[in-house]
Design a binder for this molecule. Structure first.
Ligand SMILES: Cc1cc2nc3c(=O)[nH]c(=O)nc-3n(C[C@H](O)[C@H](O)[C@H](O)COP(=O)(O)O)c2cc1C
Length: 167
């Protein structure tokens, strides 16, 4: 399967079967995230992989994981992230987004569904997870065996003529 096939087939799943993700698959997904590139290779991201009922319930108090049996919480540390000197922009969220993206496509390749979750109160979740002052949750990837079979909604994307310009 080519990468474009994988990208075409992926869609956000919001319904999951009550079947755990095998440890071998979790390890491959985490490895795909671990090797993600980051600005200046500073690697400000770490992942909390919630699989236990206790951990899923804790996260579930703040975040809708859509019943997924695996929640990959991607945390970035602003003290580790590259800061662009021209404008002071910190790259923690950008680096963490690459980690999430690589894990998302790894999950897809392994026959799993996923949905990226950004809708949560960051301060409540930070407290719940006991993060340090310099850490914040950049995003969460809910992963599991799909309980829905819809097709992608890529037809709703901006047309290529608006999206890209070859100059
Ligand atoms: C940064 C980001 C945050 C998102 N946050 C949420 C979310 O909180 N809840 C949700 O159901 N979907 C969330 N999504 C999924 C998007 O709604 C979804 O990717 C988009 O509608 C395109 O649909 P598709 O993924 O099926 O192609 C998020 C996606 C991204 C990239």
């Amino acid at each position: 399967m080519t990468f474009n096939d994988l990208a075409n087939e992926r869609y956000s799943s919001r319904k999951y079967l009550p079947k755990p993700v095998e440890k071998e698959k979790l390890d491959l997904i985490l490895e795909a995230g671990r090797i993600a590139p980051s600005a200046k290779n500073l690697q400000p991201s770490r992942v909390l992989a919630a699989v236990s009922r206790e951990a899923l319930e804790k996260i579930g108090r703040t975040v809708n994981l859509y019943g997924a049996p695996l929640g990959l919480v991607v945390i970035s540390d602003r003290d580790r992230a590259w800061v662009r000197p021209f404008d002071g922009k910190g790259f923690g969220d950008i680096d963490s987004s690459i980690v999430i993206t690589q894990m998302m496509y790894s999950a897809q390749e392994l026959g799993l569904g996923s949905v990226w979750i950004g809708y949560f109160d960051p301060s409540v979740l930070k407290e719940e997870l006991g993060l340090s002052d310099t850490e914040e949750v950049s995003g969460i990837l809910a992963v599991g065996y799909r309980g829905d079979e819809t097709s992608n909604n890529h037809g709703k994307r901006r047309p290529m003529s608006e999206f890209a310009e070859i100059v």
